[in-house]
Design a protein around this ligand. Structure first.
Ligand code: DI6
Ligand code: FE
Length: 416
């Protein structure tokens, strides 16, 4: 028998490739997709495949008309943390604002205390179910931020746990250093001093351990000023690390503009961004990461300027922002629904936000986010009649199979 030329061939699929320039969703009907090793080797109409090729493939999976999309990419999470903040949720419902809760020692700092106190193995064990929930929802790549340590030791512990989670689960983990998330209590009144420590001690030390794929900060009145973020970005630039920024979530400090001028991969949240900020993002190719979960949980009323982002053709990504305070969710599908209902994103924009544009927000557009020859074979296969159902449904999970290319040649597809 001739050498098998492909490891696996999916046939009778309807494929949303999420590529641009053709059909909506980059759709291919009556399609097939071939995988060898961890890469996509062929994609197209089933009728264009010769029967010999099909015969010589190691495994053929008949998808019986199901829809295939790129594996989902959650490009902004804080899913490694210890403890929970349900008590604050009650405080909030009794009238306290997010800023008031933060000022009274709650908020991010309460998670910092719990995360510092947790052992590395407890932190991993607490975080694993959140990652599993994302995987069960079709996620094949997830970004995980530090930022609940705010000291060298705990920031390393968080990023080390993120790294480990990526080695024991069939999912790609991108690790983002968010040492500039909040001011730790031991630096009260000295945020410049803390920022200096972040830039000159924590960042280079943690980078030398190989634990940083990107650098982020919380640019906000309750976080760090644009000037402080500029210092951090300069230090990160010297190490050639990609940049991201929590910008304009609660007020307009012109963080998006700053991020764009530093050629940051993304500016995230953006409820308060102005036209100048949007124009700068368009000019320098900075992705807008929209986080409807945080908007919803904080009962924010100011919406990100979707029309303006569309007008300037700024790519929009979506993410869960999974965290214990402002976005306690692990559901990409719910975020897609909220983005549509609250911000009027179309279902196609919503799915693009969890695939192609999310890949760009992580600097991984050449590897993942669309289904094309040569890209990673990270796939989600759904029991749906049309991709818009992924945005329409709430509390449903139509995932049929999730396939993670790096699980390796000959490995059983990662099913959920
Ligand atoms: N913005 C957010 O939405 C999260 N961090 C940030 O800078 C919230 C994190 C938390 O409340 O624990
Ligand atoms: Fe966040």
């Amino acid at each position: 028998m001739a050498e098998a030329i492909w490891d696996r061939l999916f046939i009778n699929a309807r494929i949303a490739t999420m590529t641009t320039g053709g059909e909506p969703y980059g759709m291919i009907d009556a399609a097939a997709l071939a995988v060898s090793g961890d890469k996509i080797r062929w994609i197209g109409n089933l009728e264009d495949l010769s029967p010999d090729v099909v015969k010589n493939t190691r495994e053929v999976l008949d998808l019986e008309g199901r829809w295939m999309t790129p594996g989902l990419i959650d490009c902004h999470t804080h899913l490694v943390y210890a403890g929970n903040r349900a008590g604050e949720f009650e405080m909030g419902l009794n009238g306290a604002s997010y800023a008031e809760i933060a000022a009274s020692g709650g908020g991010i700092i309460s998670t910092v205390t719990q995360t510092r106190d947790a052992s590395e193995s407890d932190l991993a064990a607490e975080s694993q179910p959140r990652l599993q929930a994302l995987i069960d929802g079709g996620v094949t790549t997830v970004e995980i931020k530090s930022g609940y340590g705010l000291d060298l030791e705990t920031e390393i512990k968080m990023l080390e746990v993120a790294r480990q989670l990526g080695t024991i689960n069939p999912v790609r983990v991108q690790k983002t250093f968010l040492g500039a998330h909040a001011l730790p209590p031991e630096f009260a009144g000295d945020s410049d001093g803390y920022m200096a420590k972040v830039c000159h001690e924590m960042l280079p030390t943690i980078h030398a351990l190989g634990l940083i794929d990107a650098v982020d900060a919380f640019c906000e009145t309750i976080g760090f000023s644009a000037e402080q973020v500029r210092q951090l970005f300069k230090a990160a630039e010297k190490l050639k690390l990609p940049l991201k920024l929590h910008a304009e979530q609660l007020s307009n400090l012109h963080g998006a503009e700053l991020a764009a001028h530093f050629r940051a991969l993304s500016a995230d949240h953006l409820e308060y961004v102005d036209e100048k900020g949007v124009a700068a993002m368009a000019k320098f190719g900075t992705v807008a990461v929209i986080l409807p979960g945080a908007f919803y949980f904080l009962r924010e009323t100011r919406k990100p300027p979707i029309e303006l982002l569309r007008k300037y053709k700024v790519p929009m990504a979506l993410a869960t922002d999974c965290n214990p305070g402002s976005s306690p969710t692990t559901s990409p599908q719910l975020m897609m629904n909220m983005a549509a209902i609250l911000f009027r994103l179309t279902p196609e924009e919503a799915l693009t936000g969890f695939t192609r544009n999310a890949a760009a927000a992580l600097g991984l557009a050449s590897e993942i986010g669309t289904l094309e020859i040569g890209k990673q074979a990270d796939l989600a296969i759904w029991n749906i009649e049309h991709p818009s159902e992924l945005t329409q449904g709430i509390g449903t999970n139509p995932l049929y199979i999730r396939y993670y290319g790096k699980s390796g040649k000959g490995a059983v597809p990662a099913r959920v």
